[in-house]
Design a protein around this ligand. Structure first.
Ligand SMILES: NC(=O)c1ccc[n+]([C@@H]2O[C@H](COP(=O)([O-])OP(=O)(O)OC[C@H]3O[C@@H](n4cnc5c(N)ncnc54)[C@H](OP(=O)(O)O)[C@@H]3O)[C@@H](O)[C@H]2O)c1
Length: 261
């Protein structure tokens, strides 16, 4: 299937590794140019160097810490200097785990500034020009926790639900302008984030990491964690022309982990 992404330009946040980098790679493989954003120039440069040479020339970098007050403006200016942004992939780091009863509201506030505020700022920054262009995509990486809250991730469950509520509302406003707004809900995709969450669980329970990961995989109907490539393929489809009538949706990429319909 031709996704029609030649000559499209995507801005992917949180793109130095994991889900964001995999999505960027999938879009590049489909012919798009991509601006990768993250906090470390070394990690971003390493990500670019990991690409085939013909894709490196279509890959640009935008350095910023999303929690900084000027992050959205810095990223927006860097991305626009590489051309109109047709596809915005919202992605951030994840908050620390813990019990809901032990949540520190100062940490919630700091995580809001890193996970929600810059995503809203960048979405609002781009949406006006996107509506004028009459063809655009906004994809927000959330979590299965917005449907089935994940124990020990109360801040993630709460803050990502804020984004889901906003994006769903925005989807209705901009649908007539050819802008689709969708959310991707990863379940357990193998990345350094899932490894560190499993390691935290192993430490809490005093049990080996391998046992924790195996038990977690066994709760998933697919019987395993997903790969970043499996996740990115769904994102690339949503970004493509054939997905023009999919908007306001929350797509699960979870191997069946969410048990509700
Ligand atoms: N993997 C899963 O199965 C899963 C499931 C549910 C939800 N999620 C969520 O989906 C998101 C991506 O997951 P992942 O597994 O790919 O995580 P990851 O491997 O930890 O990658 C996070 C990315 O975000 C960037 N980042 C983190 N903090 C940042 C900040 N303050 N400013 C700018 N960039 C920042 C990191 O780059 P630098 O460190 O280089 O800046 C990195 O590229 C996370 O929010 C995660 O919690 C993942």
């Amino acid at each position: 299937m031709d996704l029609g992404l030649n000559n499209k330009h995507a801005l992917v946040l949180g793109a130095s590794q994991g889900l964001g980098l995999a999505v960027a790679k999938a879009l590049l493989a489909e012919g798009a140019s991509v601006t990768l954003s993250g906090r470390s120039s070394d990690r971003l440069e390493a990500a670019r160097q990991s690409l085939p040479e013909d894709q490196q020339v279509r890959c640009h970098l935008a350095l910023a810490d999303l929690s900084g007050p000027d992050a959205a403006r810095t990223i927006s200016e860097a991305a626009r200097s590489n051309g109109n942004v047709d596809i915005l992939v919202n992605n951030t780091g994840g908050p620390p785990p813990g019990l809901p009863s032990g949540v520190d509201v100062d940490i919630v506030s700091a995580q809001f500034d890193a996970m929600v505020r810059p995503v809203l700022s960048l979405t609002l920054d781009f949406v006006a020009s996107m509506r004028a262009q009459k063809w655009d995509r906004i994809i927000t990486i959330a979590s299965s926790g917005v449907v089935q809250p994940i124990p020990h991730l109360p801040i993630s469950n709460a803050l990502r639900s804020t984004l889901v509520g906003f994006m769903k509302t925005l989807a209705s406003e901009v649908a007539k302008d050819g802008v689709t707004v969708n959310m991707l809900l990863p379940g357990r995709i193998a990345t350094s984030r899932t490894r560190s969450l499993d390691a935290a669980q192993a430490e809490r329970s005093g049990r080996p990491l391998e046992d924790i990961s195996a038990e977690s995989a066994a709760t998933i109907p697919a019987g395993r964690y997903g790969t970043v490539e499996e996740f990115a393929a769904v994102a690339a489809f949503l970004a493509g022309v054939p997905a023009s009538y999919v908007t306001g949706s929350m797509l699960r990429v979870d191997g069946g982990a969410i048990r509700s319909i």
